[in-house]
Design a protein around this ligand. Structure first.
Ligand code: UDP
Length: 344
């Protein structure tokens, strides 16, 4: 059974492709490599023991997407393709609205014309890469899915608009089956060290930055504020191993294929870690020092953010298994084996 992964060569997409292969599905990767590396495809072939089908192009091209859907007739689509840097989204909001929102509209239109036209291959089924940023800065922790939504930047705004579009589409045409997965903070890498996160330029996110300090690419980490109302003063997040996240997609697809109606769930561990806890765990896992300096708060950052992941367990039978130690050990294996990422 084929599953089409838009953005399948990216960080989360590539790990999900391997998890789907292991679960007996046939992943088809669709990517324009605008923020990923073609070398991922060779790594995927090594991990799955066979070439993984690739469709190279942009989700903005609706007609081409229709052709891809007709050619492969996938049972479902997982929509990862999009831009994801919060800071960049503040500086370039239109890029975020165009690629994320127009991209989703383009995919939904292509799916609609193939699945709701004459001789449909099956009902339209979609798993969407959502984000915990749609909760804004919640007053309480842990976060459940019924918390009010708000956004503090165009990236989060785009994710929220797409969720609302998906709801409207499901309301208009009940044949649609849609699973929205609100990711918390994905980190780590495949335990083989063959695939991992390879951000272009200076990493925005904590774990890849820490990994690059440990491997000697950068001199030190700047901790963005140590005066938050948290136990050690640094920001707390719900880091989730990308392998657990990949399994979450498999569980979501299985649920949709089994006929579950549409759903929206958090994918997190439910356990917060502070910036300094991550740094210590990484030093432990790598055996390398990670020098830190304390800097000012990063504008727009929130103090705390972690999930109540119990709905995903109830609905999908999915639960995160891996802790911070495994996240750091696997991120380190990837980083130390590929100091320059896929360019090595
Ligand atoms: N952080 C930091 N230095 C960095 C990058 C991140 O101190 O170079 C902190 C950040 O302030 C937050 C946590 O690490 O408290 C996670 O940041 P990230 O950007 O990875 O995730 P997000 O803030 O989007 O949840």
């Amino acid at each position: 059974m084929k599953i089409l992964l838009t953005g399948g060569a990216g960080y989360i997409g590539s790990h999900t492709a391997v998890a789907l292969h292991e679960a007996g599905f046939e992943p088809v990767v669709l990517d324009d490599f605008s923020n990923s590396h073609p070398a991922v495809m060779d790594r995927l072939a090594r991990l799955t023991g066979r070439p993984v089908a690739l469709e190279r192009g942009s989700v903005l091209d609706t007609e081409w997407l229709e052709g891809v859907l007709r050619r492969h007739a996938p049972a479902a689509v997982v929509h990862f393709a999009g831009v994801k840097a919060v800071g960049e989204s503040v500086a370039q909001p239109l890029k975020y609205f165009r690629i994320n929102i127009e991209g989703a509209i383009s995919l939904l239109r292509a799916m609609e014309s193939v699945h709701l036209g004459p001789q449909p291959p099956g009902p339209p089924m979609l798993v969407f890469s959502g984000s915990a940023t749609v909760y804004g800065d919640p007053a309480r922790m842990p976060i459940t899915e019924d918390f009010p939504l708000s956004h503090t930047n165009p990236y989060a705004h785009s994710k929220r608009v797409i969720e609302e579009m998906l709801q409207a589409v499901c309301l208009a045409q009940p044949l649609w089956r849609v699973g929205v997965l609100r990711y918390f903070n994905p980190v780590g890498a495949h335990p083989s060290g063959l695939i991992g996160e390879d951000p272009a330029g200076i990493p925005n996110n904590l774990m890849p930055y820490v990994a690059q300090v440990a491997v000697g690419r950068r001199p030190s980490l700047t901790v963005f504020g140590n005066d938050y109302p948290t136990p050690d003063g640094t920001g707390q997040r719900d880091y989730i191993h990308v392998q657990d996240l990949a399994e979450g997609h498999v569980a979501a697809l299985r649920a949709l294929l089994a006929g579950t109606g549409s759903f929206t769930v958090n994918l997190g561990t439910g356990r917060p870690s502070s910036v300094l806890e991550v740094v210590r765990a990484f030093e432990q896992a790598s055996g390398r020092p990670v020098p830190v300096q304390i800097g000012p708060r990063r504008p727009g950052d929130i103090a705390r953010c972690w999930a109540d992941p119990s709905l995903a367990e109830r609905l999908l039978g999915w639960k995160a298994r891996l802790g911070l130690e495994a996240m750091c050990a696997d991120a380190w294996r990837w980083q130390s084996g590929n100091p320059q990422g896929y360019a090595d």
